[in-house]
Ligand binder design. Structure first.
Ligand code: NAD
Ligand code: DAU
Length: 337
């Protein structure tokens, strides 16, 4: 059946992987990609499908009502990936996070209220729960975000919930763990470490490197979104985690091992302020819906590292930009001295 999906933030890491998946899996679907092309938005991520007649790119801001209104009127479903997504940047300054993650989500919800929509799928994160020393969060745990990025993602979720309950918007929410894979902007740990290691630059490990994250291969996240978009129960929230606990220091070692680089590249640096100790999701609910992650944690890491080895033009174009260099200096200049 033909459907028009309004995908926001499709030029970013996960959004681009999801656009690829939709065009591959659903020959009858049309995709409108609304993206502001912030520092993290990269048209090169979708260069291979740019001329596909089922695909349309709109350059614009999800917080701009005039841009959003006609696109929502045209769409059957909205999948909202657009966000400011980097914790360290949210600690340096939070205004863009409030603008996009909170106000932008509100503008999309309000347009959905006016025009009616089959489904509003909001992409959220495990960070909304805060930090958990032991055990796993299921979807009934309270939202206790601990950094500005996470607080704006939790705020967006509360708006999604309120618009579902007050206005009957048919919403679903997925909360995923740390994605790795192709097209991730090299400010996030894994692509930062891989690209630094290739160039024999230091790998900055915050604090003692014992914080735990749950790595999820991006294709497995996209298959989960696909499933919930089509089969998830309206009004529900679904955790999407790989249950693959990895520490920072293990990640650094794995990357250096695969690239044949020396451990001396590891540098312990000043910790992230308010650094969350551990994220860990219980994903039984989405598994009961039929989701099975296909890529194990070791293979996910190997494939990801190899992608950056094979796509050096892609990331060197980003790392050569003045805005990347300025951010790197601001974030690591003092830490790595
Ligand atoms: P990203 O930073 O790589 O991409 C974000 C995209 O949104 C970019 O293309 C950017 O240009 C676009 N964008 C930003 N502000 C916009 C605006 N106002 N209007 C339109 N477009 C805008 O992010 P990502 O890592 O791909 O994350 C995508 C979504 O998934 C986010 O909502 C994030 O919170 C969530 N998430 C990410 C992870 C992860 O590990 N990366 C895990 C769980 C959830
Ligand atoms: O868990 C889901 C979240 O994962 C998403 O919602 C976010 O959008 C995404 O950015 C990611 O957040 P993290 O803060 O967990 O990812 P990041 O890659 O920034 O950091 C991963 C871990 O590595 C974290 O413990 C901090 C540490 N780290 C990070 C960087 C950039 C370092 O030790 N050194 C670094 O230079």
């Amino acid at each position: 059946m033909t459907k028009t999906l309004l995908i926001t933030g499709g030029c970013g890491f996960i959004g681009a992987n999801f656009v690829h998946r939709i065009l591959r899996q659903y020959p009858d679907y049309r995709v409108i990609n609304l993206d502001k092309l912030t520092y993290a938005g990269n048209p090169a991520n979708l260069a291979d499908i740019a001329d596909d007649e089922r695909y349309r790119f709109v350059h614009g801001d999800i917080a701009d009502v005039a841009t959003v209104e006609p696109l929502v009127a045209e769409a059957d479903c909205i999948i909202n990936f657009a966000a400011e997504s980097h914790v360290d940047r949210s600690i340096l300054g939070s205004a863009d996070f409030l603008h996009t993650n909170v106000n932008g989500t509100y503008v999309l919800l309000d347009a959905a209220r006016r025009h009616g929509i089959e489904r509003f799928h909001h992409i959220s994160t495990d960070e909304v729960y805060g930090s958990i020393a032991e055990g796993h969060w299921d979807e009934s745990f309270p939202l206790e975000p601990r950094n500005p990025y996470a607080a704006t993602k939790a705020s967006a979720e509360l708006l999604v919930r309120a618009f579902h309950l007050s206005h009957g918007i048919p919403t679903v929410v997925t909360r995923a763990s740390n994605n790795i894979g192709p097209y991730q902007y090299p400010e996030k740990r894994v692509p930062l470490y891989v690209t630094n290691a290739i160039d024999d630059k230091p790998l900055p490990v915050y604090g003692d490197g014992l914080q735990v994250r749950d790595h999820l291969y991006v294709d497995d996240h996209c298959s989960a979104i696909d499933l919930v978009l089509h089969k998830g129960t309206i009004g529900e929230v679904y955790n999407v985690g790989g249950q693959n606990d990895v520490t920072g220091i293990d990640v650094a070692h794995a990357i250096l091992r695969q690239l044949g680089k020396p451990e001396a590249l590891i540098q312990f640096v000043e910790d992230r302020s308010g650094h969350d100790l551990r994220y860990a999701l219980d994903s039984s609910k989405i598994k009961a819906l039929g989701w099975t992650p296909l890529v194990g944690v070791d293979e996910a890491m190997e494939r990801t590292i190899q992608w950056y080895v094979d796509h050096q033009d892609w990331w060197r174009a980003i790392r050569d930009r003045d805005d990347y260099k300025a951010y790197y200096e601001r974030q690591y200049g003092d830490r790595l001295k």
